[in-house]
Design a protein around this ligand. Structure first.
Ligand SMILES: NC(=O)C1=CN([C@@H]2O[C@H](COP(=O)(O)OP(=O)(O)OC[C@H]3O[C@@H](n4cnc5c(N)ncnc54)[C@H](O)[C@@H]3O)[C@@H](O)[C@H]2O)C=CC1
Ligand SMILES: CC(=O)C(=O)O
Ligand SMILES: [Mg+2]
Length: 473
């Protein structure tokens, strides 16, 4: 895939221009004609014959970037030194760092944070292991762990390529909920090795956020770790997504005036996210869910090697609909896309029931782009930050872990997830709610706090809180 397809709407061209051969106005005109809008320019170097300039250009899409670079290369007297985009610049050297909380200014400080005095702290924890929560980073730190096997909708791109997403999740944890986290990408996709590795590194963490691990391995990995560790293990693509999806659906149904037990829902992509979203909808009372994957609708009339698909087929699709997405979507009230970009077409949306709700949540490219269907849908949402109604697990994972860490929960259970969904859905008032505003912004700090508070209450009520926060004592 062309790197620029992953986002960069703003690029910087470094050009070496022979000032005797071409005037800058001509360069600017060529960029403009190719679809670029020059928003800034820095002169890097000048000499009697040459000038080197960094030209910042905004573009509508990746095709324009190609057109612009070709146009510039074809100009006599111009040499294209480098093309960079702001997204790549933001990633130079990684996006996070670790800093000491206090400076070490003298030998006395050194002997306290390190040897010899640190030994007393070590022995205190040795004698009473739960002190690890008060005397180490465990109290506020989550591991963000991937094996690179299902990175966004990019597929199995491996542990190195997964790192930028995991670093991004760590940034979000810190900025939105003041949770510290380390991105960890494992160079194995073997279930047993992943489980053993995570168990081995768990002592330093207060929670494990599994990320972008493909199905069906993700189900066993999560389940085993939940059984074998005493800290929350949460597969974000399953549960974070399901929580936010459910919150968004509650509000979307209020707009279209349909009740949850009478809608037909088509879920496209029965992987980690698709299975978890379907499960939360089943428990919320949806009666007709049809799951569609690469081989079409999942139905109890077929047998599947994948145990989770077998379970899925037996618990959904009551009318045993068979066939492709195009067939399954006839008369559907809601489409939920958790598969790959571009799978849903305008013609398919036209076959849905009146006032269709379309949640095209694949990243980075949704199953259908809003501009293709917004005039024929009642409510449209994507997983992206650059369209209205962003249904993305970022609305859930910072707040749910904030709550879990603050009450030192041993797990994140169903009650805590439902509490998080309720906090998200109810953060939009009846007056505020409209077809472009069914879900709050990730920048709304009240949402993280609301999730945290309800999650702590749910943890206390279900007996999984090991610490009662001061305000609840
Ligand atoms: N908006 C959000 O918050 C989230 C969005 N996602 C997106 O959902 C998608 C799936 O993610 P995961 O469930 O983690 O991955 P996964 O690998 O566990 O599942 C993907 C599923 O989609 C199916 N699929 C792929 N291409 C298909 C096609 N052409 N037709 C039908 N089915 C197809 C696969 O067979 C697989 O079952 C990704 O695009 C991801 O970015 C995932 C989690 C959160
Ligand atoms: C948002 C997210 O976690 C994903 O697309 O995988
Ligand atoms: Mg993910």
């Amino acid at each position: 895939m062309d790197n620029n397809m992953l986002g960069g709407k703003s690029i910087i061209l470094r050009l070496e221009i022979n000032i005797h051969e071409i005037k800058f106005g001509k360069v600017a005109a060529a960029i403009f004609e190719a679809g670029g809008d020059i928003v800034a320019m820095d002169v890097i170097q000048t000499s009697q014959n040459m000038t080197v300039r960094d030209i910042t250009i905004t573009v509508a899409d990746a095709i324009d970037i190609h057109k612009i670079t070709e146009a510039v290369k074809n100009l006599q007297g111009v040499s294209l030194v480098n093309v960079s985009d702001r997204t790549f610049l933001l990633h130079l050297g990684g996006k996070i760092e670790i800093k000491p909380k206090t400076p070490i200014q003298n030998r006395d400080d050194l002997s306290r944070v390190y040897t010899p005095d640190v030994a007393r702290v070590c022995m205190a924890i040795h004698e009473e292991p739960r002190k690890a929560f008060t005397l180490t980073v465990k109290r506020n730190t989550v591991a963000v762990i991937s094996d690179g096997s299902a990175v966004l909708g990019l597929g199995n791109i491996g542990p190195y390529a997964a790192m930028p997403v995991m670093e991004g999740k760590s940034m979000l944890f810190k900025q939105f909920a003041d949770v510290d986290s380390y991105p960890i990408c494992l160079d194995t996709q073997d279930t047993e090795q992943i489980i053993a590795t995570i168990k081995a590194i768990a002592p330093g963490f207060g929670g494990i956020n599994l990320e972008d691990i493909s199905s069906p391995r993700c189900f066993e990995i999560e389940q085993r770790l939940r059984e074998e560790l005493d800290i929350p293990v949460f597969h974000d693509d399953q549960h974070g997504t399901a929580v936010v999806l459910y919150a968004a659906l509650i509000n979307a149904l209020k707009i279209v005036g349909k009740s949850i037990d009478e809608i037909k829902v088509v879920v496209c992509g029965i992987g980690a996210a698709g299975v978890a979203c379907s499960k939360i909808l089943l428990s919320a009372g949806v009666k007709e869910i049809v799951g569609v994957d690469r081989d079409g609708a999942l139905t109890a009339d077929k047998k599947y090697d994948n145990a989770i698909w077998q379970w899925y087929a037996e618990h959904t699709n009551p009318y045993r609909i068979q066939g492709s997405l195009q067939e399954a979507i006839q008369g559907a009230d809601v489409f939920i896309g958790l598969s790959a970009g571009g799978l849903l077409h305008r013609e398919d949306v036209m076959e849905m029931a009146e006032n269709p709700v379309v949640f095209a949540m694949a990243n980075p490219t949704p199953e259908i782009r809003p501009e293709e269907a917004e005039d024929i849908v009642a409510v449209m949402a994507t997983g992206r930050s650059d369209y209205p109604n962003q249904i993305n697990n970022v609305l859930c994972f910072p707040g749910i872990f904030r709550g879990a860490l603050d009450c030192r929960a041993t797990t994140i259970n169903e009650e805590m997830k439902l509490a998080a969904a309720e906090a998200i859905a109810s953060s939009i008032t009846d007056e505020e709610r409209n077809r472009f505003y069914i879900i709050p912004s990730v920048f709304n700090q009240q949402v993280v706090k609301a999730i945290r508070d309800l999650v702590i209450k749910a943890a206390m009520k279900t007996g999984v809180a090991r610490r009662i926060p001061r305000e609840y004592r």
